[in-house]
Ligand binder design. Structure first.
Ligand code: NAD
Ligand code: UDP
Length: 320
């Protein structure tokens, strides 16, 4: 049956892939975005589909619509962008959650929250399980994002307990792929663009910090599986690729896959940059029969191909 689905942050990196997949599955999709870090170009190819609708709206303001499901993705995800206007980032997470949960309550829609591994902060437990409460600096540079997302989780569980809203919480770990913005600022897009342009590869700190990188198609598949689970399963559930790499290993891999002459240079490590991150995905495996299929080399190759085309066709210089 065709469902009507709202995707907030739908013109962003993950949101645009999600809209595409939901439409391909035969649903009607309403994409809502304020274009802070997303862009119309990410979804322009969907506009010819009569079941797709694009609306400029900021989730900090109330919004009314009749839909069956809501995927709440609106929020800048890259540290440079979420730290640009930290107060707005908190508002987006918290007021966005209140507005979307209020809507879900009123229209009895099911609602999924794009939460994050950042709720674990700089984790002291490794790998991270959903039962871990985290290690977050509430007054640090990343707090606007981390605490905003933690408060959003609190709002989700309380709307569920108090008002029986059907909720799903997914804690997404570093995800990459085509349609990341060349100036997004996150590590995978930075390194690929730098390698393709022959610029220095900027490793922050000594590069010994780790991340686990999930390819976008795997993540989107996981989000949809989660939305389709029984109402009794609310999460939170970790979603990410459990293969862990140091940032220096990633830099070397990108240089070799691109065949680049770029040099690695070391820059200061940002404040509170987590030293390690790896998801325990036992719950996703058991409850959703989900695990990532695309490993880093393969995912990097398709992301590199995407950025090659972007750089070749860009009318403006890409400075990174
Ligand atoms: P993105 O920056 O590409 O997408 C975010 C989208 O939200 C953009 O289109 C932006 O314009 C929109 N947006 C921001 N503030 C808004 C507002 N106030 N009102 C309406 N729209 C607004 O980032 P992404 O990687 O696609 O992330 C999507 C979601 O997934 C975010 O909530 C992010 O926190 C979460 N997430 C992503 C990752 C990842 O690795 N990609 C990891 C953890 C969590
Ligand atoms: N990083 C880096 N060089 C860059 C961008 C990021 O070394 O040009 C590092 C960053 O310090 C962090 C890791 O890569 O340790 C992942 O950063 P990203 O911003 O992608 O996401 P995070 O997981 O920190 O939110």
């Amino acid at each position: 049956m065709r469902k009507k689905i709202l995707v907030t942050g739908g013109a962003g990196f993950l949101g645009s892939h999600l809209c595409e997949r939901l439409l391909a599955d035969g649903n009607e999709v309403v994409c809502l975005d304020n274009y802070f870090t997303g862009q119309k170009e990410n979804v322009v190819h969907l506009l010819k589909n009569p079941y797709f609708e694009l609306i400029r709206h900021d989730v900090t303001m109330p919004f009314m619509i009749e839909v069956d499901e809501i995927f709440n993705l609106a929020c800048p995800a890259s540290p440079i962008h979420y730290q640009y206007n930290p107060i707005k980032t908190v508002k987006t997470s918290v007021m966005g959650a209140i507005n979307m949960l209020g809507l879900a309550k009123r229209i009895r829609a099911k609602i999924l929250q794009a939460s994050t591994s950042e709720v674990y902060g700089d984790p002291k437990i490794h790998p991270q399980k959903e039962t871990y409460w985290g290690h977050v600096n509430p007054i640090g540079d990343r707090a606007c994002y981390d605490e905003g997302k933690r408060a959003a989780e609190t709002l989700f569980v309380n709307y569920h307990r108090q008002n029986n809203v059907r909720i799903k919480i997914v804690r997404i770990f570093n995800t990459y792929g085509p349609r990341m913005h060349p100036n997004d600022g996150r590590v995978v897009s930075n390194f690929i663009v730098q390698a393709l342009l022959g610029n220095d590869i900027t490793v922050y700190g000594d590069g010994s910090q780790t991340r686990s990188f999930c390819y976008v198609d795997d993540l989107i598949d996981g989000l949809i599986r989660m939305m389709n689970t029984d109402d009794s399963f609310t999460g939170p559930v970790n979603m990410g690729n459990p293969h862990e790499f140091t940032i220096l290993e990633l830099a070397e891999k990108v240089i070799s896959l691109v065949g680049s002459k770029s040099r690695i240079v070391f820059k200061p490590l940002p404040n509170d940059d987590p030293t390690q991150r790896q998801p325990d995905i036992t719950i996703a495996r058991n409850k959703l029969q989900w695990e990532p299929k695309v490993q880093l080399d393969e995912g990097l190759k398709s992301t590199i191909d995407y950025f090659k085309k972007i750089i070749d066709h860009s009318k403006e210089p890409i400075i990174i």
